[in-house]
Design a protein around this ligand. Sequence first.
Ligand code: ATP
Ligand code: MG
Length: 601
Amino acid sequence: MKASELRENFLMFFKEKGHKIVDSSSLLPADPTCLFISAGMQQFAPYLSGEVIPPYKRACSVQKCVRVNDIEEVGDNIHHTFFEMLGNWSFNDYFKEQTIDWALIFLTEACKIPKQRLWVTIFKGKEAISKDIESKKIWLDKGISEQRIFEFGVEDNFWGPIGKTGPCGPCSEIFYDITQTPCEKDKDCGPNCDCGRFVEIWNLVFMEYNKTIEGKFEKMVLQNVDTGIGFERLLTLLQNKGSAYETDLFVGVIKKIEELANIKYEQNKRAFRIVAEHLRAILFITSEGVLPSNLDRGYVLRRLLRRTIVYAKKLGLKNDWHRPIIENIVENYKEQYPEIEKNEQKCKEVIAQERQKFEKTLSRAILEFDRILSKQDKVKSISGQDLFRIRATFGLPFEIIKEITDEKGYIIDKENKDAFDQIMEEHKRLSRAGAQKKFGGVGIEQIEDEGEKQMAINLHTATHLLHQALREVLGEETRQMGSDITSERLRFDFSCPKKLTKQEIEKIEDIVNDKIEKGLIVEKQKMPYEEAIQSGALAFFKERYPQEVFVYIIKEENGSVFSKEICAGPHVKNTSELGKFKIIKEKSIGASLRRIKAILS
Ligand code: ATP
Ligand code: MG
């Protein structure tokens, strides 16, 4: 089965079973402190928590995901930084029996995987939360024998809640038996054994509890299902390969690298895989408008770029090696993700620029290492201070420093590594304090320039007016997906399936300017979170609020409420302080996701 067929078959399978096919969301979550979307469920979080009533009872998707935490694993058979997740959801509709039944039918009938190669896990229970005997019974009934059902605790088989409280529940995972041979350490090895015999392909999460503030697990009224398949992993099995790099997702790319490097994949699989995998991730991340920087998402991108460059060097790739490889990846993915084709040129330029900078840096860093070590006579060991200096001067991530030192036969012993980590920690603490100046409401107090501070406050109030104006013009279902305020402009991300027309933009501006001209009072009230929500105050679903919250209310002259939002402030006292509101940009930032930038003058 080809990659495109697998995506299609999965979606069609669930569509036939009453699921709404939902597009992948953008890779960027609305909450800027959360780096990337890492699972299919994230775009459905407000439905799963019950905060928003879902417009459908069943959904399925193929979601783009990035997991930065797995970066060190890349090169193995099953972990990628960018990957796709196939998922299906039930919003208080079907539950365990149906989920398991369809999962089995999909794998054994649509994908033709022999049932005896599937092993499963269930939650074994802990304290007040009981063992998931229902799932176990269902697996048994469906013909998975007892020896192939393993029980695990909270770490492996209990999901959530995302914050301290909220929906959570047991998971049941499906594994594929690759080798069908027990490992040497353990004759009875099973799922979660690290010997490589099993690969986890599908995680089924049954959200049936609510964790309360007191830490109790109560049965929820809503029963939701969230599932996720690692697309690359399933595809690997279906094509009978050892890893995704040998499937049609990557063969062309690997071939291209072989040609360019003039060596065989088998000679350095890890480096081939890292270059191919990271370039794919870089292509997708830059398609979301992220540029390399030293902070947050930009830093992840930079890390990926630099690792790619180091491994490309290892393979002896020369000249403009990145261009043909990128072209190959685009060719493979453009049908499913048209955004990457649009981004192709920009992505190539980003890589070219980073290469220009970084290749020079690398050579200088290597000279610096040599200089440090030439001062010592015998021991080829580098102190924590020196490591940090190289890290800071050249912006080299530790893993790359390690690559260089390994290559040169230098030693980084534990003591020096610990010293380095400690200096890094302190450095991070200081830069975090600095980063808070990049205010999004909460940090406004930290701006020192009074004029800038006032402008940020004004833009903050304008954001509330804009939010309500959007809802009036585009419909109540319009949801805030993110917000970012500087002392120059506001930025507001929201859900909306289509481009705004010129008329709509004008109408939105008119509404905001009308509220400004009327000089409406901005009221602030303190109340319990529950009460605020019940009274219809808007809340941002990505935010975790305290029990007591502030609500900012802007009322019309006749006393009716125009805008009401839970917010930490600060805001102006009267809308007349704002000046003239103007939208300077409106654009798409992903499937059903749009961004507005606006200013006050
Ligand atoms: P693992 O323990 O194997 O790393 P996980 O427990 O982190 O996986 P989940 O969070 O349950 O995975 O994600 C759902 C599915 O996504 C997994 O069953 C797996 O098939 C796939 N998956 C998870 N991480 C990756 C990754 N880095 N690359 C590719 N696929 C992944
Ligand atoms: Mg898992």
